[in-house]
Design a protein around this ligand. Structure first.
Ligand SMILES: [Zn+2]
Ligand SMILES: [Zn+2]
Length: 314
């Protein structure tokens, strides 16, 4: 992997969480947050003329690409006082988010595929972001350094854990940084891991306490791969590395791990529901009986046998 150069252009994919239910609890309004995000995007585009941008928006039901748009279908009025690209980005992003927010209100009560009202399809948005990145990187001859910025408002969706972790590891392999800006509510366990694994920043902005989202974004997320090598990034001291069980989609502190496919379960089971491996408890029980003189239900990992092993997640 080559080192980033100062002249290398960047590709930024902004993922906007536009879950109306989540934003209704926020001290920062969605309109205000979007205005600040648009200013940040304009600053990013102004840094280098070669910089590329993709804007995605996701809520509980859908994930849409807001920018770039098909120019033939775009109906944006001309204004000679504003730089063309700024105007197109501002207008398409703001109108696209408005359409998604009003659409969400109309379809309240639709089947939600196990995703709760206050949760967003984040794995789908990140997968789409990686597809856009792959397409742009593939179509350009010069080196483009990519990163994703997620403006997160909604809670984690444990149902998405597996797909989200797969997306995060794919991003890591593609050298794509994932920055997270969480504007209110509790920490997102999964997005914290996304930032940590890919080398991005996890920023929690206390908007209720008067912290500025725009200022935080400008100081930490505007820097490209080259600049980040000489900057001291904010450190995440308390990262929650807990996983979600594959059976009930619950975040667990201690789980059982399939020794074949590494699936995590909150309860001991005779057969792995992911890879259908049948666990042999005979050897584990024999070992346990020898050491303690009693028969224990808790299986221990045994060599050369498919046994479930316990894993403490901290
Ligand atoms: Zn479970
Ligand atoms: Zn398995």
């Amino acid at each position: 992997m080559s080192e980033p150069l100062e002249s290398d252009p960047s590709l930024l994919v902004v993922v906007l969480d536009v879950n109306a239910s989540a934003w209704s609890k926020s001290p920062l309004t969605v309109g205000n947050a979007l205005q600040q995000m648009v200013i940040f995007i304009n600053a990013y585009l102004a840094l280098k003329p070669e910089n590329k941008l993709v804007v995605l928006a996701s809520n509980k039901r859908e994930c849409k690409c807001l920018y770039p748009v098909d120019r033939a279908n775009a109906t944006i009025e001309r204004d000679i006082r504003v730089y063309e690209q700024f105007r197109v980005v501002d207008a398409t992003v703001l109108s696209g988010v408005q359409a998604m927010l009003s659409g969400a209100e109309e379809t309240v009560g639709d089947p939600n595929r196990g995703i709760e009202e206050g949760q967003t399809l984040m794995s789908r948005a990140l997968s789409k972001a990686l597809c856009h990145i792959h397409r742009v990187v593939d179509s350009t001859t010069s080196k483009v350094w990519s990163r994703i910025l997620v403006l997160s408002a909604a809670d984690d969706s444990p149902r998405e854990y597996i797909s989200l972790m797969n997306t995060i590891f794919a991003a890591q392999r593609m050298s794509v940084l994932i920055d997270i800006c969480k504007v209110f509510g509790g920490d997102s366990v999964f997005l914290q891991q996304a930032a940590e694994i890919t080398g991005g920043n996890y920023l929690k902005v206390d908007t209720a306490g008067g912290e500025s989202m725009l200022q935080t974004l400008m100081f930490t997320c505007l820097a490209d791969h080259y600049t980040r090598e000489v900057l001291v990034a904010p450190t995440n001291e308390t990262i929650d590395f807990r996983a979600t069980c594959f059976c009930h989609k619950r975040v667990v502190d201690i789980g059982y791990v399939c020794s074949v496919c590494l699936s995590i379960f909150c309860e001991m089971a005779p057969v792995c529901s992911t890879c259908q491996t049948k666990f042999s408890f005979r050897i584990a029980r024999a070992e346990s009986a020898q050491s303690n003189g009693t028969l224990k239900q808790s299986p221990k990992p045994a060599a050369a046998t498919a046994a479930m092993s316990t894993l403490t997640l901290s």
